[in-house]
Design a binder for this molecule. Structure first.
Ligand SMILES: Cc1cc2nc3c(=O)[nH]c(=O)nc-3n(C[C@H](O)[C@H](O)[C@H](O)COP(=O)(O)OP(=O)(O)OC[C@H]3O[C@@H](n4cnc5c(N)ncnc54)[C@H](O)[C@@H]3O)c2cc1C
Length: 380
């Protein structure tokens, strides 16, 4: 198998590099300190075609591969992890989920606008007291007249204030009922938002809780129910894991670049930091982990492209990326010395953002359990 980017993929990578260099990377420090991503950043990514990159062409998507999304996404993630994560909800979770599972009514109403960036999508799965897995969803949708009424609360929704519509996961009729997914517009009666949650990292992602206070949705807003919704969630969790793995690769690459820059410019006891063996080992480990994580992530993305079961592969990629990014961020902190401990310093920002990968999406402990169960099953 050859995972080197082909000419079409190289073009996408170049386009992403251009947007990031011009607009995203120079503003990353401000995005973090202001806890806000300017809408122009979203618009720029949309203009270059990234909003509907992996969505079908029928409704205005590009029809590109997930391997391309990973390779190009790394540049966005290393330029500004917050922007990448906010964009992930829109372009990796909401759009592709509607593209594959939406009814005709949902597709024609939302997809052209999501792909064109006229609407921004948010993903609302997690619940504050219950966690981020399907077993733990307890918000409820009840059929009332022609439509539905949703009650409950969704925790930590990225882009909650900017998004125009959300995919909301809940249970049908009672907290133990079948899973159901709805598209809920931000103006839906009964949909409320909490204040912004002041997270330590990913500050620009503008996280808030969504409160479903007898929230009214139209009958056509039902995206999937029961077994269809289980399949939707499995698909979305692979998308999420691929995106988070890409985020981890970007953070690792940024930490490696920053460490090299620092080690080659700072002198200690008359010699460059880059001449010390301890620094060599750290650089070597970062580079090794970076390449390994990239390969495993592209392999998982390829599985998603060709319709292979990508669940375990994507889980491995996310687990590997979370550990790699955190290790690389620790190393960068150490190489930057006392400067890294200064609030809002660049190494510190990547370190805070890397911590997010320890808690984002499906818990790492649960991924480990799935991997182990699959391996052990061969011997039973
Ligand atoms: C900045 C930020 C942005 C976010 N954005 C979104 C978003 O846009 N949409 C969204 O839906 N959610 C979002 N989340 C939610 C995020 O995905 C959850 O916070 C995360 O999945 C963890 O859920 P939890 O806090 O309930 O942890 P818990 O589920 O309580 O897990 C805590 C710990 O319990 C243990 N544990 C949990 N499950 C298992 C298991 N099965 N086996 C063994 N041990 C286990 C692990 O040690 C785990 O680390 C965001 C969170 C943050 C911080």
């Amino acid at each position: 198998m050859n995972f080197d980017p082909d000419p079409a993929q190289q073009q996408w990578i170049k386009r992403m590099e251009a947007v990031c260099k011009e607009q995203i990377a120079p503003a990353a420090g401000e995005v973090d300190s202001e806890r806000f991503i300017p809408r122009e950043h979203f618009t720029a990514l949309v203009r270059f075609g990234f909003a509907g990159l992996v969505n079908a062409e029928e409704h205005g998507g590009v029809g590109e591969r997930h391997t391309t999304a990973v390779a190009a996404g790394v540049y966005l993630a290393k330029s500004c992890p917050s922007t990448f994560f906010a964009f992930l909800s829109h372009a990796w979770r909401v759009g592709p989920t509607l593209d594959r599972f939406g009814t005709d009514a949902i597709k024609s109403r939302y997809l052209p606008k999501l792909n064109a960036g006229q609407l921004q999508g948010g993903w609302a799965l997690g619940e504050r007291h219950e966690g981020n897995e399907k077993f733990t969803i307890s918000s409820v949708a009840r059929k009332v007249g022609e439509g539905y009424r949703l009650t409950g609360a969704k925790a930590f929704v990225a882009g909650a204030s900017a998004a125009d519509c959300f995919v909301v996961l809940c249970r049908m009729e009672e907290p133990t009922g079948p899973l159901a997914a709805f598209v809920v517009e931000n103006r839906a009666p009964g949909l409320k938002r909490s204040e912004q949650v002041r997270t330590i990292g990913m500050r620009g992602a503008h996280v808030a809780d969504l409160i479903l206070d007898d929230c009214q949705v139209q009958p056509w807003a039902l995206l999937a129910e029961g077994d269809d919704c289980e399949r939707l969630l499995e698909f979305a969790q692979v998308q999420s894991a691929l995106g988070l793995a890409t985020l981890g690769i970007g953070i690792t690459e940024a930490c490696l670049d920053l460490s090299i820059e620092r080690a080659t410019s700072r002198k200690l006891r008359g010699k460059k930091l880059a001449k010390y063996q301890d620094v060599h080992f750290k650089i070597a480990q970062m580079k090794t982990m970076l390449d390994a994580t990239f390969l495993v992530t592209v392999r998982a993305a390829y599985a998603q492209d060709v319709g292979e079961n990508a669940q375990v592969l994507a889980g491995v990629a996310k687990l590997q990326a979370a550990e790699t990014a955190n290790q690389a961020a620790d190393f960068a902190m150490s190489i930057f010395g006392g400067d890294s401990y200064v609030e809002n310093s660049i190494a510190n920002r990547f370190w805070r953002d890397a911590q997010f990968l320890q808690v984002a999406g499906k818990p790492l402990a649960s991924i480990r359990q799935t991997i182990a169960e699959k391996e052990l099953a061969q011997y039973e």
